[in-house]
Design a binder for this molecule. Structure first.
Ligand SMILES: NC(=O)C1=CN([C@@H]2O[C@H](COP(=O)(O)OP(=O)(O)OC[C@H]3O[C@@H](n4cnc5c(N)ncnc54)[C@H](O)[C@@H]3O)[C@@H](O)[C@H]2O)C=CC1
Ligand SMILES: O=C(O)C(=O)Cc1ccc(O)cc1
Length: 366
């Protein structure tokens, strides 16, 4: 039987889920977004099957409702659900980056007999908006579900079965533990990225040339600082306590580093970097999900006209798809570094071979 899914919030994640879920021909997607331009775009580019002009127009038809809105907005909308007309068997879920406060808000829904299973796909990007949505965004990425401990397993299974088509790895975790772990690997790094950019902005006032020097390393470390500030405002507010704990640990680590810097000998400093390198090198291979910037290839191109189309031409001839292209200027007197993004690691490896066969340009992966 055809399932009707209502997705509320049609940005990067809501749009990508819509596209991913549509691989299953037995689902029909109704979309709603508070921004009417986004809503119309989602329909025009066939991210959704139908538009709801208001949420209340669609809730009575939905077997599954997915909130893909910034997390504070999700909580606000959840508090309005008692006024919505819902199917008896409806399953409600979300995609928010935080889970504890959302599951606390879901207690009210549970008391009203509405099934809510928290969700969080660990894939995304610094990009936002429906135009950035991709059907394959969640492939091989962890997709965490945070059902209440006593939740009806059948309902959780219905939701996991539905999500299987996205090819995500679905796992169940406790909401509080979720917020602790994501603080470590996602939310706190975001604060560090933003703070590094602030530090550069400050330094740049006295030394305006500094910004020009911000090359690969700085860009890699701070890419996520380009994400949607509203989304990160909400995440930070909801995960304040875990973030504050992470900040205390970071401050202690910085004090340890300062001691090392001022008092340690060169060998101990090397050991500090060696240990970090070992742990970093042993991280599991990045999943395809968070891939927009992962499969970047840097090409050191000389300064002559037509060089970019030349490189792209070689790739096209070998049928290697590219998803993005940009120039990073590292020095004023050279043309710069061409950064080409690929959808898969395999495409990038093929591009390395292709460029080596056709040019003398150096390529490297950050
Ligand atoms: N961007 C990422 O990489 C990831 C984000 N998430 C979570 O997914 C959720 C959505 O994030 P994105 O899609 O990246 O954000 P986005 O900014 O691309 O999209 C959010 C959409 O929600 C809409 N919206 C805001 N308030 C609304 C309301 N009251 N009713 C209907 N629509 C409303 C906005 O107009 C926008 O189109 C957030 O909770 C975020 O924490 C989860 C995993 C990854
Ligand atoms: O851009 C990146 O690398 C990300 O890490 C994206 C991301 C942002 C928020 C999440 O809750 C999960 C993933």
């Amino acid at each position: 039987m055809k399932q009707t899914i209502l997705i509320i919030g049609l940005g990067l994640i809501g749009g990508s889920l819509a596209l991913g879920l549509k691989r299953n021909k037995d689902v029909s997607i109704i979309g709603y977004d508070a921004d009417s331009h986004t809503l119309r775009t989602a329909k025009r580019i066939a991210v959704i099957d139908e538009m709801a002009m208001q949420i209340k127009d669609a809730t009575e038809f939905a077997d599954i409702i997915i909130f893909a809105t910034p997390v504070n907005e999700t909580i606000r909308l959840m508090s309005e659900m008692s006024n919505w007309q819902l199917k008896d068997q409806v399953i409600v879920t979300d995609t928010g980056s935080t889970k504890n406060e959302i599951m606390n808000a879901a207690i009210q829904l549970k008391e009203a007999g509405i099934t809510f299973v928290g969700g969080h796909p660990m894939a995304g990007s610094h990009k936002s908006g429906v135009e950035a949505a991709r059907a394959h965004l969640f492939e091989n990425a962890y997709y965490m579900l945070t059902p209440f401990e006593d939740e009806n397993e059948e309902k959780v299974k219905v939701l996991s079965d539905l999500l299987q088509v996205t090819k995500a790895k679905i796992v169940q975790v406790n909401a509080k533990e979720h917020d602790h772990m994501t603080a470590v690997v996602s939310h706190f790094p975001h604060l560090i990225a933003a703070s590094l950019v602030h530090q550069l902005a400050g330094e740049n006032k006295a030394f305006p040339f500094t910004k020009q020097l911000a090359a690969g390393g700085f860009r890699d470390l701070t890419r996520i600082a380009s994400s949607n500030p509203i989304m990160w405002r909400d995440i930070t507010v909801q995960n304040r306590n875990e973030l504050s704990n992470q900040l205390n640990m970071w401050t202690n680590e910085m004090i340890r580093l300062q001691n090392l810097l001022l008092h340690a000998d060169a060998e101990d400093i090397e050991a500090y970097f060696s240990t970090a390198k070992q742990v970093r090198d042993e991280l599991p291979i990045t999943t395809q999900g968070a891939m927009f910037a992962v499969y970047d290839l840097y090409v050191d191109v000389p300064d002559y006209s037509g060089v970019i189309s030349e490189v792209i031409g070689y790739l096209a001839k070998d049928n290697i798809n590219i998803t993005n292209l940009r120039i990073v200027e590292t020095r004023e007197d050279i043309f710069g570094i061409l950064v080409i993004s690929f959808q898969t690691m395999d495409d990038r490896a093929k591009a390395v071979t292709c460029i080596a066969q056709n040019t003398t340009f150096e390529t490297y992966i950050s």
